[in-house]
Design a protein around this ligand. Structure first.
Ligand SMILES: Cc1cc2nc3c(=O)[nH]c(=O)nc-3n(C[C@H](O)[C@H](O)[C@H](O)COP(=O)(O)OP(=O)(O)OC[C@H]3O[C@@H](n4cnc5c(N)ncnc54)[C@H](O)[C@@H]3O)c2cc1C
Length: 533
């Protein structure tokens, strides 16, 4: 059965179900987490996503599973403690998908207050984690760890640990675990309105964007997990609860990606930006080096993908050039860019973007629970709190305990010939128990370009992972769209050969998809000049 036939079957299942316990709107990490926790508690749950899964912020983050030092600096102790604990859980439960990453902070002469402050903060950080991850380095050790780092006045370094992931794959793994337990998740279905009966939300009206038809489903409870779009489906309360008006403040953050061999680092570098002192990161990710991020009000239309501006690009390059003065990176060497929009719940008008808190908030009215803000790292906590709120409203039967681990650690299957142990662990993290279903000795273990993605992953994704457009396959099922020059254009003929039959696309359809894909790459994942910005 090709991807289109599988989707048709899901839509039929959706229409054939009399009443869902839970309908979740939004297929980012928040919605995916809620779907999995609901399925683990035996609820009949449906998730719909207006675009592709993880198309929103959850494929555009900095990919750090972290406590967040800046939250501690801002006094968000609870958020940091919670995040550090979640980081530890995810590292244990999802090896190969959530991996520890070492971080370095370099110290320069006359900045001893900063050094002392960091030391105290990291003590607290380690206390939350229940283990010591930070240590002091001499200037020589710092230079060895980070070759090419600005040397003038370098006096010492501090190393600590957080973790890194592939955010879109984290969403997909979470959705897949939920679907294995009987939940249903469908992409390219947009909720257009909430339906009301007897003073409560009783379901939703939706548009199937591929067939352009209207669908209606009944639900005992609906969850609005629309991220930055949460205020488009406020419900009757208009986003108000107990006198508090929730306000979304969309804040954009952008990144640039350069080839890993251009700045080969095995450790992430955290640095205060030379212009405004904001923390910026230069970090290794899947054979590339990423520089990010910015933090500013997002004034671009919400219907289109967010894009980096020239000012943001200059800001990030300034940080890179300041910290690696001899790198002499040309803009033409940049592989890609990406931007994401934080769904921040604004505390009060007039705050600078970086002073806004990043905590999530949950509010509700009869039949509807909404959630906004938060972090990728804390998605399990958010999901459990949303379900508690639903249970407290008496909308669903008392829920079973939430002490079940979100992800069961899979025993590692024997290492196949031709695959190195790192790739095997990576595959297990991304696909979990599903890996046993699709891995066979015929799988091609070769890598796509110099990315860690294996050719056989592309084939599997095209066959079985709800791919509707080529950008779903190359930007979210795999990440080669941001890891290879111009979205991997040079590899498209081979990708076509491998994936076209599984997708069931004619030559004409493939050409149209290729044109659409390259336009998306040029507009939203390239330098501002390419996009005409
Ligand atoms: C630049 C940047 C860097 C970040 N870095 C980190 C980090 O390193 N670590 C970390 O922990 N967090 C990080 N975050 C925060 C984290 O990425 C977000 O908190 C998280 O991804 C939000 O997930 P979400 O599911 O709530 O929203 P989204 O991922 O945006 O998902 C909401 C989904 O709802 C869908 N939707 C909207 N309206 C409808 C509708 N009517 N019908 C159906 N679907 C609809 C959207 O298409 C979207 O896919 C970062 C954020 C940004 C912007």
């Amino acid at each position: 059965m090709d991807a289109a036939a599988q989707r048709k079957q899901l839509i039929e299942q959706l229409q054939g179900t009399e009443e869902w316990d839970l309908v979740i709107i939004g297929g980012g990490i928040t919605g995916a987490g809620i779907l999995l926790r609901a399925a683990q508690r035996g609820l009949k749950a449906l998730l719909v996503e207006q675009q592709d899964f993880a198309w929103g912020t959850s494929s555009r983050s900095s990919k750090m599973v972290h406590g967040g030092l800046r939250y501690l600096v801002n006094g968000d102790f609870a958020l940091t403690r919670e995040s550090v604990r979640e980081r530890e859980l995810l590292i244990k439960q999802l090896p190969g998908l959530v991996e520890p990453m070492s971080y370095l902070y370099a110290h320069y002469r006359w900045r001893w207050i900063e050094r002392l402050g960091l030391h105290l903060i990291l003590k607290l950080y380690d206390l939350f984690a229940g283990r010591v991850t930070h240590s002091g380095l001499t200037a020589d050790q710092t230079r060895t760890l980070m070759p090419g780092i600005r040397d003038t006045d370098l006096v010492a370094g501090t190393r600590f640990e957080d973790a890194v992931t592939d955010d879109a794959r984290l969403v997909l793994r979470t959705l897949d675990e939920a679907c294995r337990l009987g939940a249903v998740a469908i992409n390219y279905v947009q909720v257009t309105q909430l339906l009301h009966r007897d003073g409560k939300v009783c379901g939703v009206e939706m548009t199937d964007r591929l067939e352009d038809r209207t669908l209606v489903v009944d639900a005992r409870c609906t969850v609005n997990a629309c991220g930055t779009w949460v205020d488009r489906l406020w419900g009757e309360s208009g986003g108000k609860e107990n006198g508090k008006q929730h306000r979304i403040r969309p804040l954009r953050g952008s990144h640039i990606v350069i080839p890993g061999d251009r700045l080969p680092i095995g450790t992430a570098l955290a640095l205060p930006h030379p212009e405004d002192g904001r923390n910026v990161f230069i970090f290794p990710w899947e054979q590339t080096t990423v520089i990010g991020t910015t933090d500013l009000d997002h004034d671009q239309p919400m219907e289109q993908e967010p894009v980096i501006t020239r000012a943001e690009l200059d800001y990030l390059l300034a940080a890179l050039r300041h910290q690696f003065p001899d790198l002499a990176l040309e803009e033409t060497e940049i592989l890609s860019t990406w931007s994401g929009v934080r769904p921040v719940i604004s505390e009060k008008p007039g705050l600078s973007p970086s002073d806004e808190k990043r905590e999530h908030e949950i509010w509700s009215e009869p039949g509807l629970v909404s959630v906004g803000g938060g972090k990728l790292t804390t998605f399990r906590v958010i999901a459990d709190q949303v379900l508690e709120r639903i249970a407290a409203q008496g909308l669903l039967p008392a829920l079973k305990s939430d002490s079940v681990a979100m992800f069961k650690r899979e025993p590692t299957p024997p290492l196949p010939t031709g695959v190195d142990s790192g790739s095997w662990c990576r595959l297990l993290g991304r696909y979990g128990a599903r890996l046993r279903e699709w891995w066979s000795p015929d799988c091609d273990p070769g890598r796509v370009g110099n990315t860690p993605t294996l050719w056989c992953e592309l084939g599997w994704a095209a066959r079985a992972q709800s791919v509707v457009h080529l950008d779903d396959l190359l930007l979210r099922r795999t990440r080669i769209g941001v890891q290879l020059p111009r979205g991997g254009e040079a590899w498209l003929p081979r990708i076509k050969q491998l994936c076209q039959p599984a997708l069931g696309w004619s030559d004409e359809q493939w050409s149209a998809e290729e044109a659409r894909y390259l336009e998306i790459i040029d507009r939203y994942y390239s330098l501002p000049e390419v996009k005409g910005g």
